[in-house]
Write a protein that binds this ligand. Structure first.
Ligand code: ATP
Ligand code: MG
Length: 785
């Protein structure tokens, strides 16, 4: 069973595996542990990762990158709208309303969903892991930003399915980092002691995330998260790009933004320059040859100037830091360490801002690029039954408050209630109680849309079906279980109708309401991974009770009178019936479409494989032809027989024929005998020496037979004749050996002049017929008596 963690970055992806020796980040076929989040579509195949990155400029319109944040977003989403102008490829509105990516693939215009494109990337990472593990990879843990909403999370989950992966957990990036930090720490405070609070800061290419976590032995609890969802390395690149567009525009009269290729080249150079400035404070050049209209451009920049230009961006570093502390009700002094990861935290000014805010040195004990993937692999190992890992419990948080809304017939309107507050522990389940006579709908939504980095606060609608009144016509008690699952996704996971049966006063109740509550409690317990959460379940129970109060009005006020509090005291028997729930999730892909995408991904993988095999074969033949071309006029030259040399192309023709694989094969077979003769020539002196030794030995044997054991001699003679006669009498082979061969053969006389030599002629004729064709030509040198 595979144990794999995947960091799906905006710019760079990583895959790590857990093995007996520990966690290992896997290198791809370019020996690079980083795989660019880039896919290039061609007329015959797709290129994914580094191979695609090299086509960003040459195949700009069909090379897709920067799609991570399109997950679960409509084409009309303001975020998508804003991104459009930065993209070299086209995005379109899909029939579902979601954002689609339009490219030319296999000579056809194709629209892919974001899930499909991410699945391509995941397939590549899966393949990378498989090539190292040498077994199929299915189970994995994939990272997502901690601020992702349900629609975004579900979309990534769908992508994992399309790629044939079984995602055991969508893990918040900052939580993965926290796990990678905490699991190896041997000196964490004991459970009963004050926890160690550590802040994790991740600034990547597209976003900035901060979390504060409390660590005790074997345990990590996320206390709060904060983020700036658009602050990342690319914003700093943009500052440089805008600066040079303006400067070069004036200096060279170029409208750079009108030419996407030029803009892409400038972006690449600006990113390099930004990285250089992290290590070097002096003036640095930026030069691009033949940039636009054959004009070479050049300019300079230094760290000081760059910082001035990034003032606005740098001012955005502090607010999330302040926010996590406020949310967790911690002071700066309560923070044990501030760990930074993510490429953009390498910018000295960013580091300085963070360090200054906390008033302490930053810790860089984690690998800034690989901490997320390593944390995911660790989580996968913890979740996988195939792996034994040190006990370590992880409690995450709900990033936005979640509320439920429902129709309240009694109040002739709707009621609502917050079911999960911000920073509530996750995963977590709660049981709510409603009194209803008929099916009803629960509408889940994010209740503070102003804090949501997403335009639609709706999460989903859940229709609780098959609700019927009690036999006496009163409202039924309906228990609804709501949860934020291990992926951070909200759902109404189950609903049941509690049928109440009255009892005789003295009859022993089989199952009381109290018992039923215990049962719920158990259900909640099962959902809660940690002891601490079980304590938190009390408010959940209270919430369920308060829901019960509120919604009872919705059913019927008589209901309350029918069931006075005393009635609950072991006077009733209850039985529960599970109720079906129909989900209407925001932007959910239906199963049929998902299956189609899975099938299409499989076909595309096959197509890529075929194309790769074709290319590999072509390269092998090409390499062979080049090698032969050189050798035919070099070390093989004297072994080329005239007939073959007639059909061998000249050097020029060889080159021209490189695209014709069939022709290569012909050359290949034509040239085999030449190669063979060359090898034989190389080996001949050694073989002759060996042959001479053998013959001398046989001669000794023969003479000893002659002298001592006379009666054996006729037997030996007969044996010798039976071996040699077929060789001598075999007709001459059709293929003439080259002149050089004959000359050699003539020089090879019998060793020590012993016995009757068949002479040069016999050397040509004396072949062993047991091996046909090419091997025939082996025998001239192996001329023996
Ligand atoms: P995200 O986390 O937003 O999904 P990501 O994980 O792909 O994105 P990272 O790989 O963590 O992002 O970081 C990439 C960013 O870090 C890029 O903007 C890159 O230019 C920047 N970066 C990398 N090294 C340096 C450096 N030495 N100095 C400045 N910036 C750097
Ligand atoms: Mg990242």
């Amino acid at each position: 069973m595979s144990v794999v963690g995947i960091d799906l970055g905006f710019q760079s992806c990583y895959v790590a595996v857990a093995r007996a020796g520990g966690i290992e980040t896997i290198a791809n076929e370019y020996s690079d542990r980083c795989t660019p989040a880039c896919i290039s579509f061609g007329p015959k195949n797709r290129s994914i990762g580094a191979a695609a990155k090299s086509q960003v400029i040459s195949n700009a319109k069909n090379t897709v990158q920067g799609f991570k944040r399109f997950h679960g977003r409509a084409f009309s989403d303001p975020f998508v709208e804003a991104e459009k102008s930065n993209l070299a490829y086209d995005i379109v509105q899909l029939p579902t309303g979601l954002t689609g990516i339009k490219v030319k693939y296999m000579e056809e215009e194709r629209n892919f969903t974001t899930e499909q494109v991410t699945a391509m990337l995941l397939s590549k990472l899966k393949e990378t892991a498989e090539s190292v593990l040498k077994k199929p990879v299915v189970d994995c843990v994939v990272s997502v930003p901690c601020f992702y909403t349900d629609a975004e999370r579900r979309s990534v989950m769908d992508a994992t399915q399309i790629a044939g992966l079984n995602c055991l957990r969508l893990m918040n990036e900052t939580t993965a980092v926290a796990l990678a930090y905490g699991i190896y720490k041997q000196d964490l405070p004991a459970l009963e002691e004050k926890p160690r609070n550590v802040v994790f800061v991740d600034m990547g290419h597209s976003s900035y995330q901060v979390s504060v976590c409390a660590f005790n032995k074997g345990k990590l609890k996320v206390l709060a998260t904060a983020f700036d969802t658009t602050l990342g390395g690319r914003k700093f690149d943009e500052v440089l790009v805008n600066h040079f567009c303006e400067e070069f525009g004036k200096k060279y009269k170029l409208d750079i933004k009108s030419k996407i290729r030029a803009l892409l080249r400038l972006s690449q150079e600006c990113e390099k320059l930004k990285k250089l400035m992290s290590a070097n404070a002096s003036d640095l050049p930026l030069s691009i040859e033949c940039f636009m209209n054959d004009v070479d451009v050049s300019g300079t920049m230094n760290r000081g100037k760059f910082l001035e230009m990034c003032d606005d961006l740098l001012a955005r570093v502090e607010p999330p830091l302040r926010s996590v502390l406020e949310q967790a009700k911690l002071k700066k002094e309560d923070i044990y360490a501030v760990e930074i990861v993510g490429g953009a935290t390498r910018i000295p000014a960013v580091k300085e801002k963070i360090s200054k805010f906390f008033g302490k040195e930053l810790s860089t004990t984690l690998n800034a690029d690989e901490a997320v993937t390593r944390g995911c692999a660790l989580q996968c190992a913890i979740l996988s039954p195939a792996f034994k890992v040190r006990e370590f419990s992880i409690t995450d948080v709900v990033p936005y408050p979640i509320s439920l809304r429902w129709n309240s017939p009694a109040e002739e309107g709707s009621s609502d209630c917050e079911v999960f507050s911000k920073n509530h522990s996750a995963p977590f389940s709660k049981v709510l109680t409603f009194y209803r006579k008929e099916p009803f709908t629960l509408e889940a939504y994010y209740s503070s849309p102003q804090d949501l980095p997403y335009p639609d606060p709706a999460i989903a609608q859940f229709l609780v079906q098959k609700v019927t009144p009690q036999s006496d016509g009163s409202s039924s008690k309906v228990k609804v279980k709501v949860r934020v699952n291990v992926h951070g996704i909200f759902s109404v996971s189950s609903a049941s109708l509690v049928e109440v049966l009255k009892f005789e006063e003295n009859e022993e109740p089989m199952e009381t309401d109290q018992n039923a509550k215990e049962e719920e409690k158990m259900q909640v317990d099962q959902e809660e991974p940690h002891a601490e959460d079980q304590q938190q379940q009390t408010p959940a129970e209270n919430k369920a009770e308060s829901e019960e109060m509120e919604t009872s009005q919705a059913g019927s006020k008589d209901k309350k009178m029918d069931q006075p509090p005393q009635a609950k005291k072991a006077k009733v028997k209850t039985s529960t019936v599970d109720l079906p729930i129909e989900n209407q999730l925001l932007w959910q892909i239906d199963r049929e479409m998902l299956n189609l995408y899975i099938e299409n991904e499989g076909k595309m993988i096959m197509q890529d494989k075929l194309e790769k095999e074709r290319n590999d074969a072509k390269n092998a033949v090409e390499e062979y032809v080049y090698e032969m071309r050189d050798k035919l006029s070099g070390e093989y030259e004297k072994f080329v027989s005239e007939d073959v040399s007639m059909c061998l192309p000249t050097r020029c023709l060889l080159r021209a024929a490189l695209n014709v694989v069939g022709t290569f094969k012909q050359y290949y077979s034509d040239s085999q005998p030449i190669k063979m003769r060359f090898q034989e020539s190389e080996e001949r002196p050694k073989l002759f020496e060996e042959l001479g030794k053998q013959i001398q030995q046989y001669m000794k044997v023969i003479s000893s037979f002659k002298n001592k054991v006379h009666f054996f001699f006729p037997t030996v003679t007969l044996e010798l004749m039976s071996i040699c006669s077929p060789i001598i009498s075999k007709p001459k082979p059709k293929v003439e050996p080259p002149k050089e061969e004959q000359k050699n053969a003539e020089q090879n006389g019998p060793v020590d002049g012993q016995g009757d030599s068949p002479g040069p002629q016999a050397a040509e004729e004396g072949t062993d017929t047991s091996v046909p064709s090419d091997s025939d030509k082996k025998l001239p040198e192996m001329d023996i008596d």
